[in-house]
Ligand binder design. Structure first.
Ligand code: BGC
Length: 848
């Protein structure tokens, strides 16, 4: 039965939520209790800011312009105070535009490991590589898009359509990266769920949607915002993330980088975020409004047409009183504090994002005709990789492999000693015709899928194709491997398909960021390169076929999944440098799969939520999140829709028993959060250099580089018309009061343990998942993930205890009436099992 009240509630709250109420003034850093290390960093930043002149402060807040430094983003330096130009580089699965770096498995592949440990270690390894390349600020991890739409172009950059999983893994990634003195940036806040119409000018003029009047607005009701889309950002804040990137599209009718309700109200006040908000590249759309609404750093420094919202304009706005000096001070304090917190050092980028050659211009963004610069060494080709980063990348790629089907025990091959030949099929088995780095930002897909495309891609340096990896592994057992990538002329594959003991068919589905090309989002969820027909043809010729899918998200498997000869299916997200090797080790049985689907695979494409593809009459596309929190498995469970493979599903070569469930729940669990502590005084030292027009002038004799963004003003500064916002529109939220929000949100209210035993026949890691169903006064999805663990059981017969902490927030719903969280009274049920539908242990408890 469809729960109508759920929709009524969502629909009603949506009516309220499609506009963003004002929330001013922007909260200052340092008004909540901080850990000692952060507090010391804050005090140091405050001292530095007190000694800065107006243009020096502005210089830190504004990028120097696109391609005007070696990294994708570069801030202005303050030499007098030893503040260098910071290097900002994508992210999130390695180092974009660099050579000799590791391509780690993408976020979506990491999510299928369900491993906090691996995600932390990958984050730390990326941190180390960034440091070696001279990067200060790593533009990752991604927890938005979350994955509302199966077809959204950038889902693979993030972890999972489940906000709990995305939040926990995002936090590990941040802690790992920041432990290596590199700042992490969680992105994109918030509702960045599709590429179509994400930016106005891009879609209107480059992709020719002439009637477009504004970028798409993600209209998200209050409950959904808190319980789904903001949820993982709160985990990131709690993990002391240094920066949050606001997104391109609008949130409830206002650009997310000038959305005071979002940045001031939710992020800085309610979640107590202490770092800085950076704009996505060209996502800023206003000067004063974005400053007052909580934006702290403008990237890349000018807008797409070259106009300057900040830089000299911000200097002018402080001089003429439009933007309070205190707001600028807070921006700079928020930027410097986390950089001091992670102990940033004097490293400099030793590579260029804009040429692969050793020699090149320092300022690639300025046309030759305007500025004659001689090339210098920009790429030192420093090898950032080391044995440990390679090991982590391989281990992660192995742990990411999901075994979906294994009829007749076809896998692993080592269990079938009589196999002597394998034939390999599919374009995805080989490196494409243009090499592993197939095009700029990997915007192509005519070979093995290593990463998706766009700013989140990384160039492989030495890449072994899946075919080569399988061949190398097979040789150890004297198994002969041959194959073809022919995918369209299927008559030509038939002979080969009949020949070998086993066929392995590598197929893929790719997507990416709508960067300079319209097709970021997928047009459908089908396999690429005639994959369905290839599988069916090969399967029709041989009894033993293994399908290997590498994909950016859910795919349609219906054309072949029930084919009697498709005996085994393994699936992985884009798994980076070692994707091929990982698959080979799973196929042979050196590694028993333990990966679990981080999304649902539907039987019907209509079971997914469609992307908004049309421009309405008024030119302003609206994406109404009217399904509320019912995305991915929550949606399938709610509507009782049978998926092909559910969220959390994945087989192993071994069998596991789960037992001994023990649930300890606090005697009394508070229904509401306690009042938050009163804000502390930010207690800053006095400024030594009040804003002055003389400081703001360009120093005599200074030679400008054309296109470079400087903070200095020219001409006279006169008071303009006042820019007013309602400075009394802030509201104290009871959900506030600490880093990550009211500390009680994170307090432990229940603990659950159970044992898991490996019953053989293989040593293997195992992933367990814990879901909770809530009382329905506030209708919620039938089950929500609230715990997971992955543990190695390498000996047959081995038993281990798994342990889950349940926080107060894990039981809470957002009550729009009181504008805060509450824990409903009533019966809760915990489910522990192998997937969201395969439950092995269950217990209820009552919150009185
Ligand atoms: C992307 C961001 C990225 C930025 C810098 C934008 O197009 O949306 O995720 O960090 O570019 O490359």
């Amino acid at each position: 039965m469809v729960n109508l009240s759920f929709f009524l509630l969502s629909a009603l709250t949506l009516v309220h939520a499609a506009s963003s109420p004002p929330w001013y003034p922007s909260p200052e850093a340092g008004t909540v209790v901080l850990d000692l290390r952060w507090k010391q960093a804050l005090q140091k930043a405050q001292q530095v800011v007190a000694n800065m002149t107006l243009p020096e402060k502005v210089n830190v807040t504004t990028g120097v312009g696109l391609e005007m430094g070696l990294c994708v983003g570069n801030t202005g330096a303050v030499d007098r105070l030893g503040i260098k130009s910071f290097c900002l580089q994508d992210g999130p699965l390695g180092i974009r535009h660099a050579d000799k770096v590791t391509v780690f498995p993408a976020g979506i592949a990491m999510a299928s490991t369900f491993s906090r440990d691996l995600v932390y270690r990958r984050g730390a390894a990326m941190g180390r590589e960034n440091k070696r390349k001279g990067v200060d600020i790593h533009l990752g991890p991604v927890v938005g898009p979350l994955g509302r739409h199966a077809q959204a172009g950038r889902n693979w950059e993030g972890f999972s359509a489940d906000c709990y999983l995305a939040g926990k893994l995002g936090a590990q990634s941040i802690m790992g990266t920041q432990s290596e003195n590199v700042l992490a940036v969680v992105k994109h806040l918030v509702g960045n769920e599709q590429e179509h119409f994400r930016q106005f000018l891009e879609w209107k003029f480059i992709f020719n949607y002439t009637t477009l009047q504004a970028q798409v607005s993600s209209n998200i009701d209050d409950r959904t915002m808190n319980e789904a889309y903001l949820w993982p950002f709160a985990d990131a804040v709690r993990a002391n993330v240094g920066s949050v990137m606001c997104s391109y599209q609008q949130v409830n009718g206002t650009g997310s980088c000038e959305n005071s309700a979002l940045l001031n109200g939710k992020l800085k006040h309610e979640m107590g975020f202490q770092g800085f908000v950076m704009s996505d590249w060209y996502a800023q759309q206003s000067g004063a409004l974005s400053a007052l609404s909580g934006l702290d750093m403008s990237m890349p420094g000018q807008d797409v047409l070259g106009a300057l919202f900040w830089g000299p304009t911000l200097t002018t706005m402080v001089l003429n009183g439009t933007v309070d000096e205190a707001r600028l001070d807070d921006m700079v304090t928020r930027i410097l504090t986390p950089l001091f917190y992670v102990k940033i050092d004097g490293r400099k980028p030793n590579f260029s994002s804009f040429t692969p050659n050793s020699e090149g211009p320092l300022y690639a963004g300025v046309p030759k005709i305007q500025f004659n610069q001689t090339n210098t060494t920009v790429n030192y080709h420093v090898d950032a990789r080391d044995v440990s980063s390679q090991d982590i990348a391989l281990e992660s790629a192995q742990a990411a492999v999901i075994l979906l089907k294994n009829d007749y025990g076809l896998l692993p091959i080592l269990d079938l000693p009589s196999v002597s030949s394998i034939n390999v099929f599919g374009i995805a088995s080989q490196i494409g015709p243009n090499g592993p780095v197939c095009a700029e930002d990997m915007t192509c897909s005519d070979g093995a899928l290593i990463t998706g495309w766009g700013s989140g891609s990384v160039y492989p340096t030495e890449y072994q194709s899946p075919y080569e990896a399988l061949r190398e592994r097979a040789m150890e057992n004297e198994v002969y491997v041959s194959g073809t990538t022919v995918s369209w002329n299927l008559d030509a594959v038939k002979g080969l398909a009949a020949e070998a003991d086993i066929n392995v068919i590598y197929v893929l589905a790719d997507s990416g960021e709508g960067l300079g090309q319209e097709d970021g989002d997928r047009r459908n969820v089908s396999l690429w390169h005639n994959g369905d027909e290839l599988i069916k043809t090969v399967a029709s010729m041989n009894r033993n076929n293994i399908v290997v899918v590498t994909t950016v998200g859910p795919i349609d498997m219906e054309p072949w999944i029930d084919h009697v000869n498709v005996s085994a299916v393994v699936l992985t997200g884009p798994a980076g440098d070692f994707g091929g090797k990982a698959i080979a080790s799973v196929i042979f049985g050196d590694y028993s799969p333990s990966g679990k689907l981080p999304f649902t695979i539907a039987k019907n494409i209509t079971d997914y939520i469609p992307i908004v593809l049309d421009v309405p009459k008024d030119g302003k596309p609206q994406s109404n999140f009217s399904e509320g929190t019912l995305i991915d498995y929550k949606r399938f469970d709610h509507f009782n829709t049978t998926p092909r493979y559910e969220f959390g599903y994945g087989l192993s070569y071994s069998n596991f028993s789960f037992a001994d469930l023990d649930l300890q729940v606090e005697e009394s669990i508070s229904e509401f959060l306690p009042s938050p502590a009163l804000p502390l005084n930010a207690s800053k030292p006095d400024n030594l250099h009040p804003p002055s027009i003389s400081d703001a002038r360009i120093p005599p004799g200074f030679k400008r580089i054309p296109s470079f963004v400087y903070p200095w003003v020219e001409g006279n500064v006169t008071r303009g018309p006042p820019f007013t916002v309602d400075t009394n529109s802030s509201r104290v939220s009871t959900a506030s009061g600490g880093v990550g929000g009211n500390p009680m949100l994170w307090s432990n209210v229940a603990t659950l343990t159970h044992s898991v035993n490996n019953q053989g026949p293989h040593g293997s890691s195992v992933v367990a998942q814990m879901y909770i169903s809530f009382p329905q006064d506030f209708p919620t999805a039938p089950r929500q993930l609230r715990g997971f663990d992955r543990t190695p059981l390498m000996l047959v017969g081995e038993t281990r205890q798994l342990h889950y902490n349940i926080n107060w927030r894990d039981l809470a719903v957002w009550d729009p009436e009181i504008q805060s969280w509450r824990v409903q009274r009533g019966e809760y049920t915990v489910y522990v099992g192998r997937s969201s539908r395969d439950v092995l242990l269950t217990q209820t408890f009552v919150v009185k």
